[in-house]
Design a protein around this ligand. Sequence first.
Ligand code: DC
Length: 209
Amino acid sequence: MLTIAIDGPAAAGKGTLSRKIAETYGFYHLDTGLTYRATAKALVDAGLPLDDEAVAAEAARRVELAGLDRTVLSRHEIGEAASKIAVMPAVRRALVEAQRAFAKRAPGTVLDGRDIGTVVCPDAAVKLYVTASAEVRARRRYDEIIAGGGVADYDGVLADVITRDQRDMGRADSPLKPADDAHLLDTSEMSIEAAFSAARAIIDAALGR
Ligand code: DC
């Protein structure tokens, strides 16, 4: 089955890009970050600890891909909690199994996350590594919060982005890094439209379209 793997750090614009790509090619889309977020939320809601691997893995096995709700799971605290349980190998094993099953859907799939091109779908037809400078990502996240009527301070958001990067890139199991055969897409100086055109050109060339 045809799979497009999209990886990159938090707030690089992978989500929007992946949804647009899936829509354009008529493929199913899975934001794998939501699977880690749903696991973390289940633990928090049940008052369970975030540092017990066996308990967290059990919560991961219960996650239903069909029920993932981006609005509910997008909260900052859930992202922080997700990043903590994402270091646990047993949690990753459970979620990767579900993600691989999803990747087999016809006619094709777009999966975005941190380890799609390296671990989940190493045979993906196309791999993109979408990134942007920490400052640009923090600015986008900050603008999003303000536009949504929230309160934030830019320096705090930047500090969070940097901490999240260190956790995602520094963990022993499936750290965030570009696959050897990934196409790098730095969106620091690009609008979402420009990033989408660039991604489309890469995908069309790779698929021979
Ligand atoms: O992309 P996101 O912010 O929704 O991801 C939340 C956390 O989940 C992130 O800090 C790291 C983890 N994650 C992961 O380890 N592997 C993935 N494929 C996707 C997300």
